[in-house]
Ligand binder design. Structure first.
Ligand code: FAD
Ligand code: UDP
Length: 368
C-alpha cells in the first residue's frame, strides 16, 4: 500500500490526526514503539476494573466542540474529580476551597478565609511572586503551602519549590466556595469502559495500518525517504539527535496492586502531601466509574528522576528547557514534510483536550 502519511506514536495526537486523514481518504501508517496503542491514556481491564496504566486521567474541557468530538468515540459518565489530600493522617479537600480553609483554620465565611490568607501573605512579605513557592503563598498563604503544597511539589518535581516556575501551581483553582471540583471546566467525565476504546475507534479505518513495537529511530532515514508526509509525536530533541542538548523531563514509576477488598480509600485520588511518603498519590481505579466489583485495584505513583530511556511523562517547562526547545523548533520549521505534535513533539504540559485541540488545528491547516 502506498501511504500518504506516517504517524509516529499512537497517542491521542497521532490518533486524532490519523483518524481525520483517513476520513479524507488518505492512507496512513501508524508506528508505535510500545506494545499497545493509546499512549499515556491507555487503560486496561483487570478484574472488571478499567485501570489507568499511566496515571489518573480525567477528561475536562471548556470547549464544547472538543467535548462533542470526544463523545463521538465513547460515552462519558458524570465523574467529577474531587481529590483528597492526606497530610500525615490529616485529611483535607482539594482543590483549595472553603472546605480546606474551614478544616485548617476553623473559618466559616469567605471573608474570614481571605483575611487569613492576606495576613499570611503579608507576613511572608511577597509582592511579586517569582517562583512556585512565592506564587503558592500569595494564593493560599503559608499554612496551606507548608502542609499541602511544598512536600508534594518537591517530591513531584525533584526540585526546591523556589526553583520551579510559578505557572505549575496556577493550574489549580483556589475557590472561596464550598466546591470540591478540581477543575473549573464546563465539561468533565470519564469514558465508560476506559480510554483505549477511543483510540481503537480512531484507528479502526481500513485506510489505517498500525504497527506496534516499532521505534521510528530504527529506520528513521528510510521513513524520511519513503513517506511524503510524517506526523511525529515522539521527543523533538531525539529527532534531531540531541544536537542542542537533552530536554529534561520528570518521570514516574507506577506500583499497581490488586486488593481482595471492596473499597480501599473511598475516593479515586488521594494525594500524600508530606515530604516523607515516597509516592505522591494513590489512585483507586474503580471509583472513576463508580465500580462495585468485589476486589479493588490501586496504583501508587512515585516520581522519579528522568534519564534517557525512561518514560518522559512531564516536560519541565523552565526557562532553560524552553530556550532549548525553541532552537529545536527552528530546526523543525525547516522540515516542511514533518509535522511535530503532542506533548513530546511540542514539549508542552498539554492535557488531553489541549492535545485534541492542537491536533485538530494541524488537521485544519493540512486539509483546508
Ligand atoms: P502520548 O500519549 O505520550 O503519545 C505518544 C506516543 O508516541 C506514545 O505511545 C509513545 O510510545 C509513542 N512514541 C514516542 N516515541 C516514539 C518513537 N520513536 N517511535 C514510535 N513511537 C513513539 N490529561 C488530562 O486531560 N487529564 C488528566 O487527568 C491527565 N492526567 C495525566 C496524568 C499523568 C501521570 C500524565 C503523564 C499525563 C496526564 N494527562 C492528563 C496528559 C495526557 O496524558 C496527555 O495530554 C496525552 O496523553 C498526550 O497525548 P500525546 O499523543 O501527545 O502523547
Ligand atoms: N500540587 C500540590 N499539592 C497537591 C496537588 C498539586 O502542591 O495536592 C501542585 C504540584 O506542584 C503539582 C501542581 O500543583 O505539580 C499541578 O497539579 P496537578 O494535579 O494539575 O498535576 P498533574 O495532574 O498534572 O500531575
Amino acid at each position: 500500500m502506498e501511504y500518504d502519511y506516517l504517524v509516529v506514536g499512537s497517542g491521542l495526537f497521532g490518533s486524532v490526526f490519523a483518524y481525520e486523514a483517513s476520513k479524507r481518504g488518505k492512507k496512513v501508517k501508524v508506528i508505535e514503539k510500545r506494545n499497545h496503542i493509546a499512549g499515556n491514556i491507555y487503560t486496561e481491564n483487570i478484574e472488571g476494573i478499567n485501570v489507568h496504566r499511566y496515571g489518573a486521567h480525567i477528561f475536562h474541557t471548556n470547549n464544547k466542540e472538543i467535548w462533542e468530538y470526544v463523545n463521538r468515540f465513547a460515552e462519558f459518565n458524570h465523574f467529577i474529580n474531587s481529590p483528597i489530600a492526606n497530610y500525615k493522617g490529616e485529611i483535607y479537600n482539594l482543590p483549595f476551597n472553603m472546605n480546606t480553609f474551614n478544616k485548617l483554620w476553623g473559618v466559616v465565611t469567605p471573608e474570614e478565609a481571605k483575611a487569613k490568607i492576606e495576613e499570611q501573605k503579608a507576613a511572608a512579605g511577597i509582592d511579586k511572586p517569582r517562583n512556585l513557592e512565592e506564587q503558592a503563598i500569595s494564593l493560599v498563604g503559608t499554612d496551606i503551602y507548608e502542609k499541602l503544597i511544598k512536600g508534594y511539589t518537591e517530591k513531584q518535581w525533584g526540585r526546591k519549590a523556589t526553583e520551579l516556575p510559578a505557572f505549575i501551581i496556577k493550574r489549580l483553582p483556589v475557590r472561596f466556595t464550598y466546591d470540591n471540583n478540581y477543575f473549573n471546566d464546563k465539561y468533565q467525565g470519564i469514558p465508560i469502559g476506559g480510554y483505549t476504546q477511543i483510540v481503537e475507534k480512531m484507528l479502526s479505518s481500513d485506510l489505517i495500518d498500525v504497527e506496534l513495537e516499532k521505534d521510528f529511530f530504527e529506520h528513521k532515514e528510510e521513513y524520511l525517504k519513503e513517506f511524503p508526509r510524517i506526523v511525529y509525536t515522539g521527543m523533538i530533541d531525539q529527532f534531531f539527535d540531541y544536537q542542542f542538548g537533552t530536554l529534561e523531563y520528570r518521570s514516574l514509576e507506577f506500583e499497581t496492586i490488586i486488593l481482595d477488598q471492596e473499597n480501599y480509600q473511598g475516593n479515586a485520588v488521594v494525594n500524600y502531601t508530606d515530604a516523607e511518603t515516597p509516592f505522591t498519590r494513590i489512585i483507586e481505579h474503580k471509583h472513576f466509574e463508580f465500580g462495585t466489583q468485589p476486589k479493588t485495584i490501586i496504583t501508587k505513583e512515585y516520581p522519579k528522576k528522568w534519564k534517557k530511556g525512561d518514560e518522559p511523562y512531564y516536560p519541565i517547562n523552565d526557562e532553560k528547557n524552553n530556550e532549548m526547545f525553541k532552537r529545536y523548533r527552528q530546526l523543525a520549521d525547516q522540515l516542511p514534510n514533518v509535522i511535530f505534535g503532542g506533548r513530546l513533539g511540542m514539549y508542552k504540559y498539554y492535557d488531553m483536550h489541549q492535545v485534541i485541540g492542537a491536533a485538530l488545528a494541524v488537521v485544519k491547516k493540512e486539509f483546508e
